[in-house]
Design a protein. Structure first.
Lengths: 249, 107
């Protein structure tokens, strides 16, 4: 039986790789935030509270589209983060029965897609000391990325800022494209989502009839519904599950 | 963007985020068996990320030409299995090079 101190250290170590990988993605989002002229303090607070690169990117997308209604933000955010309900659900079975209510409540906000997938790869039940260890470095990495991305971008020349406008999108492409090689279903879903999103935002008659932010929600619901009906994924398909966990932000 | 709007938004979304992550972890013991729901959830990240990228990416830089080049390079590198850091850096670099060196040749 490993003691708590060793478990904590193992968690800390497992968290380092995740933490490092969060820095560039967080920087890229901050660059996009600078582009939207968001104030530093508010952006920092939002990042510290939400701790989700993909959700923050979606929020920036809504801001740039001029969405002002709270419910559009809430709906988008809820749909995007709904997978955490599933993660928490399956995680609840992976935790040791000695992991108490307090530890669970404390850990839950730090449970990201990557942390979740690392925990699920552990053999046997997981204890509190490991959860504490793995939570620390990724969060610090996220904050470092957000802060440096914001401050760094402010002082850059226009030509570089223009080029860095694509960085965030490149990060998303880097998350979406590699799984497409391994799974025909993902490939079809991505192409489908691309076509729907393009149609909703580029056909003038459609675009003007929808409230800001609605295209993303419609595109997501439509793609996922069609995907689930025509290309259901079996939960035994371990490889696909792996790809999905790796590709989440 | 109005900073009060951002503050209130952050707090509301934080509340939702906590509820979604905490409640199932503390109270639920069962596993989701619905194939439809599992598949639906599986496709969410791909659909969301794609809808963020398209069509906004094409207006993300100073010219459509540089943006398209950046996208094409990112997709090729992604298909070759390169990691995120390489893809993000290369794509940004190619946009910078095209905007500052190549496009000037035609103006």
């Amino acid at each position: 039986m490993i003691n708590d101190k060793e478990l904590f250290q193992k968690g800390l170590k497992d968290g380092i790789a995740i933490g490092i990988s969060y820095v560039p993605a967080a920087m890229a989002i901050s660059i996009a935030a600078v582009k939207q002229n968001l104030p530093f303090g508010e952006w920092e607070l939002m990042s510290a509270l939400l701790y989700s690169s993909s959700a923050q990117a979606a929020i920036l997308n809504l801001i740039s589209n001029g969405a002002t209604a709270f419910f559009i933000y809430i709906l988008t955010f809820s749909i995007m983060n709904f997978r955490h309900v599933l993660f928490s659900l399956s995680l609840s079975q992976k935790l040791d029965s000695k992991v108490g209510m307090f530890s669970r409540v404390l850990f839950a906000p730090f449970n990201t897609d990557e942390i979740y997938s690392i925990i699920m790869q552990q053999t046997g039940k997981v204890r509190s000391s490991y959860l504490l260890g793995i939570s620390i470095v990724p969060y610090i990495g996220q904050i470092i990325g957000i802060t440096s991305g914001f401050l760094f971008t402010k002082s850059l020349p226009e030509s570089l800022k223009s080029a860095m406008g694509i960085t965030l999108y490149a990060v998303f492409l880097a998350l979406v494209v590699p799984p497409m090689r391994k799974s025909m279903q993902v490939l079809i879903a991505v192409v489908l989502a691309g076509v729907i999103s393009w149609a909703l935002e580029c056909i003038p008659a459609v675009k003007t009839s929808l409230p800001a932010g609605a295209p993303m929600i419609i595109c997501t619901l439509l793609t996922c519904t069609l995907g689930a009906i025509f290309m259901p994924v079996s939960s035994e398909d371990e490889e696909l599950e792996e790809e999905m966990k790796k590709s989440n932000m | 963007m109005d900073s009060r709007f951002l503050l209130i938004l952050s707090l509301i979304l934080f509340g939702i985020s906590c509820l979604m992550r905490i409640i199932p972890l503390v109270f639920c013991k069962g596993k989701i068996k619905s194939k439809f729901l599992n598949s639906f959830l599986y496709y969410i990240p791909f659909a969301v990320m794609t809808s963020i990228v398209i069509p906004e990416v094409f207006n993300s830089t100073s010219s459509v030409v540089s943006a398209v080049s950046g996208v094409v390079l990112a997709v090729i590198l992604g298909l070759l299995g390169q990691n995120m850091l390489v893809i993000a850096f290369s794509s940004t670099a190619v946009v910078f090079i095209i905007e500052n060196f190549i496009l000037h040749l035609f103006n």
